[in-house]
Design a protein around this ligand. Structure first.
Ligand code: ARG
Length: 463
């Protein structure tokens, strides 16, 4: 049955129905649709617009529908146009006349705006919780690897020695910004559109503050046209999720590189790897690659919705129905990626010895050798030149700076003394970097403490 059949004399063409319907995807928020309807009905009765008997019958009916769907006793279907029609139609079949009063003072335009907001709000909390779990895992790795030396890179060329804790800490920063971005979106979007009607409010004496309160919003939205036409919060979420996907993708790219036979910094666990159908020796980082690959879908969703919205006159237009599939897909994709990524890194082996050797063999302590000379009175520019010659010498012999004999050092500059070895050891190079934010152990410990407190204070899904 159509909610709007009265004005029509002909049946809808089947292709038109198929093209127009949204039930196949908006059934995802059946729970939120019923939750919103219950709040609406409570308000209508409180305002004397609906009798208490009707209120009771409707709420019982809606709760029954919710239970039946959840328990698998009621299948969402029946050829309804959307979830709103389906719920109302089922309600009326079950409780009769009273069911037809549910939609008093409401339009599907403010209803869908509400449902989507309620759904999004719940999903934001789930995303935050997943990020929280990821942050906890990152922190565990950091605590274990405060003295795992590795090369830090610029241009993918070995640059200066860092620790694994420091490298992972960079991602801790990224993902905690992501989490706080989600928090901001929640705060900004948490105003209730219900009661905005089709676009111009209604002539009933609705108490919008009451429904807003019942549904856990900070208050009602203040412009009914904007309320039914606003999809900014989805764009913000898609943008925040694009950034999350980008961060995951960057980390995955590094893990893929670190996992190669050439690097061997890490080994992805068998349970998170796949094999090749033809090459028996292969163990592929498919999960990392898929997460990197899925970033494209998430960006795509954001660009799609931006494009859909760009030419829309106020207020509601059916184009906006396109917000759903892409947002649902992006949310499910990003949630899956965070979860899989967390599992992958928590089972991954970090090869401390390989990382440290790589830092040594890449002249990452060259800057420190130059600093040694500066401390002994050599101008930095000259020191730079001297160490350049040391590097050339080592490259020629295929050795690291640490492997040079003192005589070899002194042949290039007599300033070098026995303590050069100590000065350019990985441990010294890292430990001397004591400023906050640097990889030195003491600085790192302080930062880890701060992160720990941060994670203890916030639960994952606090608002
Ligand atoms: N399925 C619609 C959507 O997702 C619900 C709103 C329908 N409103 C309307 N006037 N056709 O946007």
């Amino acid at each position: 049955m159509k909610l709007w059949g009265g004005r029509f004399t002909k049946e809808t063409n089947q292709l038109v129905h198929n093209f127009n319907e949204s039930l196949s995807f908006d059934q995802k928020f059946y729970r939120q649709d019923i939750q919103g309807s219950i709040a609406h009905v409570k308000m209508l009765a409180r305002q004397g617009i609906l009798s208490r008997e009707d209120e009771e019958a409707i709420i019982n009916g809606l709760s029954g529908i919710l239970d039946d769907i959840q328990e698998g006793r009621l299948a969402i279907g029946s050829g309804a146009e959307d979830i709103h029609s389906f719920v109302e139609e089922t309600l009326t079949q079950r409780i009769g006349e009273a069911g037809k009063r549910l939609h008093t003072g409401r339009s599907r335009n403010d209803q869908v705006a509400l449902d989507m907001k309620l759904y999004t709000r719940d999903q934001i909390l789930e995303l935050k919780e997943l990020l929280h779990q990821l942050l906890k895992e990152l922190l565990t790795i950091m605590e274990e690897h405060i003295d795992t030396f590795m090369p830090g890179f610029t241009h993918l060329q070995k640059a200066q020695p860092i620790t694994l804790a420091h490298h992972v800490g960079a991602y801790f920063e990224m993902f905690s910004r992501d989490k706080s971005r989600l928090h901001d979106i929640w705060e900004r979007m948490n105003y209730c559109p219900l009661g905005s009607g089709a676009l111009a409010g209604t002539t009933y004496n609705l108490d919008r503050a009451y429904t807003a309160e019942l549904l856990g919003f900070y208050g009602p939205t203040l412009n009914s046209m904007d309320s039914v036409a606003d999809r900014d919060y989805l764009l913000e979420l898609l943008s925040a999720m694009s950034i999350i996907a980008m961060h995951l993708s960057r980390f995955c790219e590094e893990i893929i590189i670190w996992n190669t036979n050439e690097y061997r910094f890490v080994e992805i666990d068998d349970s998170y790897s796949t094999g090749s159908s033809i090459m028996p020796q292969k163990k592929n980082p498919d999960i990392a690659e898929l997460i990197r690959g899925k970033t494209g879908r998430v960006y795509g969703a954001m660009i799609s919705l931006l494009t859909t919205m760009k030419g829309l006159p106020l207020a509601y237009n059916k184009d906006m129905q396109e917000d759903k599939e892409l947002t649902f897909d992006a949310i499910d994709t990003v949630k899956g990626c965070i979860q899989l990524f967390t599992g992958m890194i928590s089972t991954m082996t970090f090869r401390k010895d390989v990382m440290e050797r790589s830092a040594k063999n890449g002249f990452t302590n060259a800057t420190d050798a130059a600093d040694y000379l500066v401390k002994h009175g050599v101008p930095f520019r000259d020191a730079h030149g001297i160490v350049g010659r040391l590097v050339l010498f080592c490259l020629d012999k295929g050795i690291a700076l640490d492997d040079m004999t003192l005589e070899e050092f002194q042949a290039i500059s007599p300033v070098f003394q026995e303590d050069i070895y100590e000065a350019i050891s990985m441990k010294t190079c890292v430990e001397k970097r004591t400023t906050i934010g640097a990889p030195g152990q003491e600085a790192m410990k302080q930062v880890i403490q701060t992160y720990k407190k941060m994670l203890e204070e916030e639960t994952g899904n606090d608002k």
